[in-house]
Design a protein around this ligand. Structure first.
Ligand SMILES: *Cc1c(COP(=O)(O)O)cnc(C)c1O
Length: 395
């Protein structure tokens, strides 16, 4: 890449990311090309965003068609794409009403606001507190970074909003001890992703769902990274036979077009009245054209089932190829969100993989995170595992 781009980045942008030295300029399916013409096998998908691979045809065609007719109109009017995209979510989940926004953090903000308003306005009980878990990640706005169970995202941003409490993940006794008359909601991920690829304990989440029902506490599931087929179900909570009151989605929802959504059960609908929440860009005709085409493809082509099968294949290949590798502690995952936990920090290994043409990311210091697109082939998995095995065995 030209030195000029690196310099312009350093001059014009905030240094909020430790950027790699490449500029990626083209993508197709599982493959990416940088500005020098180097080709990469993409096992990060823009962090679980491009679940259908890069530039999926059906989504591209829907976007191009929408670009020709209407880009933006206020939510003060009906937006047919938004209504149909919402219906795809409610028809295929336990939710009955959807609010569209533009990112994951905004979807979680909407969930927290809905939970508080439901408790305070519909139930009239004044509850406001949200309990979340250590090592969770819920976003970068003031409320969602406060909800996040990691100190590094909070550093220097105080005072933080009141009404959040954190307990250890998968620890029912600690959770029970934290509940008070102020508890409005419990919010969690089904696989803690940024926190190191830690799946929820099935018995724990089932007990949490029962507890919420018994105590009048709302259960919020953050499906921003795990949703839209990633774990082998459309939404990861389906694995555990539970139904959240509220769940949020974003990353994979528009195949790369920025869009988020918060979905909730019927009894929560009336908590949001006209004017109580909103977003200028939430669910524009273009954004929801992307959502519609993405969900139609994911659901119509049974992509979650394919993701489940490819996830099994990826896990079994990794376990087989890394069996004798003393540098690796554990390989774990659910569907196509997979972590390789190592004995030491892995940041350098990610750069080594890039040099060998494979893009992966970390999840915490010691975990290599694999997030291929959901249509990934066996051959592509074999290639990625061969590169990872050669790097990890050399340690
Ligand atoms: C990425 C992520 C978010 C934040 O989404 P943004 O679109 O970056 O605001 C929230 N929760 C989880 C689980 C995520 O993975």
């Amino acid at each position: 890449m030209s030195q000029g781009t690196i310099e312009t980045t350093e001059q014009a942008l905030f240094p909020t990311y430790a950027r790699y030295p490449q500029a990626i300029v083209k993508g197709e399916g599982s493959w990416l090309w940088d500005s020098e013409g180097n080709k990469y096998l993409d096992f990060m998908s823009g962090i679980a965003v491009t679940n259908l691979g890069h530039v999926p045809k059906a989504v591209k065609e829907a976007l191009v068609a929408q670009l020709d007719s209407l880009w933006h109109i206020s939510n003060l009017f009906h937006i047919p794409n938004q209504a149909e995209a919402g219906k795809l979510i409610t028809d295929n989940s336990c939710a009955d009403a959807v609010f569209f926004c533009n990112s994951g953090a905004e979807a979680n903000e909407a969930a927290i606001k809905l939970a508080r308003r439901y408790q305070q306005k519909v139930k009239g009980n004044g509850r406001y507190e949200v309990i979340t878990f250590h090592q969770s990640f819920h976003g970068r706005t003031l409320a969602t970074l406060t909800a996040t169970g990691q100190d590094k995202v909070k550093d220097g941003f105080g005072p933080l909003p009141a009404g959040f409490k954190h307990v250890p993940y998968n620890d029912l006794a600690a959770l029970k001890a934290a509940i008070t008359n102020e508890t409005a909601a419990i919010m969690l991920e089904m696989v803690q992703a940024e926190g190191g690829i830690h799946p929820v304990d099935p018995q724990f989440i089932q007990a949490v769902a029962q507890l919420c029902k018994a105590e009048g506490i709302l259960l919020i599931v953050d499906e921003i990274q795990t949703g839209i087929g990633r774990t082998g179900k459309l939404f990861a909570f389906e694995h555990f036979g539970i139904e959240p009151d509220i769940f949020t989605m974003a990353k994979g929802l528009g195949s790369g077009f920025p869009v988020g959504a918060m979905a909730a059960k019927e009894e929560l609908r009336e908590a949001f009245t006209a004017g109580s929440h909103g977003s200028t860009f939430g669910g524009t005709p273009i954004a929801t054209a992307a959502v519609k085409a993405t969900l139609e493809t994911i659901i119509g082509q049974q992509v979650p089932a394919h993701a489940a099968q490819q996830g099994e294949y990826l896990l079994s290949k990794l376990r087989q190829q890394l069996a004798g590798c003393t540098f690796v502690n554990e390989v774990r995952g659910l569907g196509l969100i997979v972590g390789i936990e190592c004995k030491e920090p892995v940041a350098e290994l990610v750069v080594e993989a890039q040099k060998q043409g494979l893009l992966v990311i970390t999840a915490g210091p010691n975990v290599i995170r694999l997030l291929p697109n959901l249509l990934v082939t066996n051959e592509e998995i074999d290639q990625a595992v061969a590169i990872l095995a050669s790097i990890l065995s050399a340690r």
